[in-house]
Design a protein around this ligand. Structure first.
Ligand SMILES: Nc1ncnc2c1ncn2[C@@H]1O[C@H](COP(=O)(O)OP(=O)(O)O)[C@@H](O)[C@H]1O
Ligand SMILES: [Mg+2]
Length: 247
């Protein structure tokens, strides 16, 4: 089986600003990969390139063995963007069910009404994140941690094989973060491949299988055990925490 995601000699710049340089990375079925790196090191940009939201300057990305420009099964990838909860409009009356329903639209043709099968899928996704009883509530009435689980439900409602999460627990308390990561661990055990950009390496530790360190270049990609036994890499995370604390 080909890797689910394969990145070859990837370069990307915003205008003159080189953000990613010669990235080579393979993500295989069953991986639980944490992407670490200082602010501005290109982590979010890398996820957007994988999702086809940005075009590489050079290099190739393959998804499920297909070159990205020819790939069209986008429901196989679930995405939780950075700062999703911060972008929740405090007065817009969208319900939990509607938000999760957006995750089904990639699969639908016009007119994009939700049918009873869709509603069932929405209920199932909400029950997986233990938010089923909130389906008629307005998103803006929920806590940050609850909203975050709704965004996970939106990302998994199409039954993807890979879940990409960009700093999903920012602004959520530590106890909620732990629960959240345990949930990701359970999904991973059931076969979902997980790629997570995170600063909480201490908390996510027990579930992560692979680590990638990014700083414009891919500084490291390997197993979590090897990462933990390397002082040089620990230093990388140390520096990176210093960077975070300045913000
Ligand atoms: N839309 C954009 N236009 C121009 N520069 C951008 C844009 N988005 C991000 N950047 C810059 O690209 C670099 C990498 O950003 P990003 O991928 O968001 O980093 P990270 O997620 O690791 O913090 C940063 O220097 C950032 O300021
Ligand atoms: Mg980012």
């Amino acid at each position: 089986m080909p890797p689910l995601i394969q990145i070859k000699n990837l370069y990307f710049s915003y205008g003159e600003h080189l953000v990613l340089e010669d990235i080579n990375l393979e993500i295989k079925a069953g991986d639980f990969l944490a992407i670490l790196g200082p602010n501005g090191s290109g982590k979010s940009t890398l996820l957007k390139l994988i999702l086809g939201l940005l075009q590489p300057d050079q290099g190739e990305i393959y998804l499920f063995g297909k070159p990205l420009p020819k790939f069209d099964k986008w429901w196989l990838l679930g995405y939780v963007p950075q700062r999703a909860t911060a972008r929740v409009d405090p007065v817009f009356p969208v319900t939990v069910e509607e938000v999760v329903g957006f995750g089904l639209l990639a699969r639908k043709r016009f007119p994009r009404f939700l049918n009873s099968q869709d509603r069932q899928a929405i209920r199932k996704a909400l029950s997986l994140v233990e938010m089923e009883s909130f389906h008629r509530r307005r998103l803006c009435e929920l806590s940050g941690g609850q909203q975050q689980r709704v965004f996970i439900a939106r990302a998994i409602v199409s039954e993807p094989q890979v879940l990409l999460l960009d700093e999903p627990t920012t602004g959520v308390d530590v106890a909620t973060q732990e629960k959240f990561y345990d949930l990701l661990g359970e999904f991973n055990q059931k076969g979902l491949t997980i790629v997570i950009v995170t600063h909480d390496i201490g908390i996510v530790n027990k579930h992560v299988k692979q680590v990638a360190c990014l700083n414009r270049r891919l500084v490291y990609h390997g197993t979590h055990e090897e990462f933990c036994s390397s002082p040089r890499l620990k230093e990388f995370v140390g520096e990176h925490h210093l960077v975070i604390h300045r913000h």
